[in-house]
Design a protein around this ligand. Sequence first.
Ligand SMILES: *[C@@H]1O[C@H](CO)[C@@H](O)[C@H](O)[C@H]1NC(C)=O
Length: 325
Amino acid sequence: FIFILFLGNSLVSLTFHLFNLHGLIEHFQLDTMKLRRFLVMVQEDYHSQNPYHNAVHAADVTQAMHCYLKEPKLSKSLTPWDVLLSLIAAATHDLDHPGVNQPFLIKTNHYLATLYKNTSVLENHHWRSAVGLLRESGLFAHMSLENRQLMESQIGDLILATDISQQNEYLSMFRSHLDRGDLCLENPNHRHFILQMALKCADICNPCRTWELSKQWSEKVTEEFFHQGDIEKKYHLGVSPLCDRQTETIANIQIGFMTYLVEPLFGEWARFSNTRLSQTMLGHLGLNKASWKGVQREQSGSADDVDPTFEEMDSDILPQEPRLS
Ligand SMILES: *[C@@H]1O[C@H](CO)[C@@H](O)[C@H](O)[C@H]1NC(C)=O
């Protein structure tokens, strides 16, 4: 009971604590009542009935983001403004997530698909919802309009980067910067690009946690996919990739996810910030993948079955795509 109570308020407690820890309340002269009210509104706009995309996932991502911000490579050059935007973007990055993915919204003619023209539909909605709550809370009403607008658009850049279907674009940019060794963190544009990469990492870092934790997140996300698949079957909408409980398994989904999305991203991140944290995350990732392969072997008698769905991910085939963030 106490555990549930804690999880029920984890996003508010954690984010408030991190604001305090980073000295943001003092630096930006924030009204703590308004801050708390803002965070409560954020937490309440997550759907607690979603198995995965709920406020606990948001708290998990915010916690991970905080850890990446503390990495020496980054922390030296970050301004309070950067930290403020990063924490707000992390806490709000899946705000009001409906528990179904973009292809589902498109094929059911959901108003959000129309509103955002089939493009980063969910991420645009999370961002605009965050902006709505920021304005409603009046948390930054004491700042200039110019700064508030800048904040809104920069939070948008961060949240939109979590669209997993765009990962290849972000990753190849990251890779070329690292190959050329030309990242200059005194340059605000470069810094904000790294913050986008950090948020992308935070968003899909579940497989980099210890097996026990990682496994639970995997079960949760699969439950959400399969629930969507059940609805699609019931209404004859055509079952989306990864959503069919008859043909998919958690192990297959996770191995594909790790191989095509998580490993490439964290591999580059470790090149950028080669620390003990990065090495630990890569270590867990390797062990977790081996564990899922063990599960897969038990289930099918073969471990060569890597789900190609993720490999086929490309912005050109956006409507068929699964969304894992
Ligand atoms: C969004 O996708 C649907 C289904 O493919 C299509 O009918 C609609 O015209 C698209 N809307 C836009 C703005 O591209």
